[in-house]
Design a binder for this molecule. Sequence first.
Ligand SMILES: Nc1ncnc2c1ncn2[C@@H]1O[C@H](COP(=O)(O)OP(=O)(O)O)[C@@H](O)[C@H]1O
Ligand SMILES: [Mg+2]
Length: 262
Amino acid sequence: MKGVANVETVLKIDHLTKKFSGLVAVNDLSIEMRKHTIHALIGPNGSGKSTTVNLVTGFLKTSEGTVKYHGEEIQDRPIHEISRKGISRTFQNLKLFKSMTVLENLMVGGHSKTEQGILNFLVNPVKARQEEKMLKEKAEDILNTLGMYELRNENIGNIAYGRQKVTELGRALMCDPKLLFLDEPAAGLNPTERVEFVSILLKVFESGIDLFLIEHNMDVVMNISNMITVINFGTKIAEGTPKEVQNDTQVISAYLGDKYRK
Ligand SMILES: Nc1ncnc2c1ncn2[C@@H]1O[C@H](COP(=O)(O)OP(=O)(O)O)[C@@H](O)[C@H]1O
Ligand SMILES: [Mg+2]
């Protein structure tokens, strides 16, 4: 990447492989992600994008390979340990609690960060209540930043899908990530919601959080990514800046079609 040759590596994925019985979902994949970048991972359906994110964030065990975060190996570590290091994620299929409010959904996302579980609430209710208050204030702050404060007491089931996607982003922000994985955050959004979502993402990025983005909408990917890795059948087929990737003949035939040739 031009001008950033010396920029620190945040995430280094080396020879990552995941086999599901007979199927190789991720195949000897290596990706290096630099600090202060929006790094996109694109590829056809079933090419192994979500599996890659699941491996890096601890939701799946690797078959082979390593994942280093600031030089430290994190593959196969428990989810909460990876999260404590500053890595957070959203899910391709929303994992919000439908019976809870927007605010409560964010507070649930922050609980892994606090020491106080339900048991501690019984042992030390005063401290637990203080933590609850801090969580609430933090959730309100985040909702405010995301333009969702007015909706904080609405039940998730009663708000538009686009707002639910923003809520999920808010929940991922509750654990103070430095690196955020977004698995198709703009899928299912209408064009207006999508534009809004992109501006929110850029705001999050500008606040100092690096983004690893899986996204199908090529206008979004090409407009906001610094670097793009393209995979097909779990294997990397190209990598480069949006411009480089757009002109890669292999990428065009596997995925993009001619529309994006520049
Ligand atoms: N838990 C699983 N068990 C078995 N096969 C899986 C599992 N998760 C994903 N796969 C398979 O791995 C491949 C890659 O899936 P996925 O990573 O979800 O692709 P993408 O996110 O690029 O659409 C697909 O063939 C999918 O069916
Ligand atoms: Mg997926």
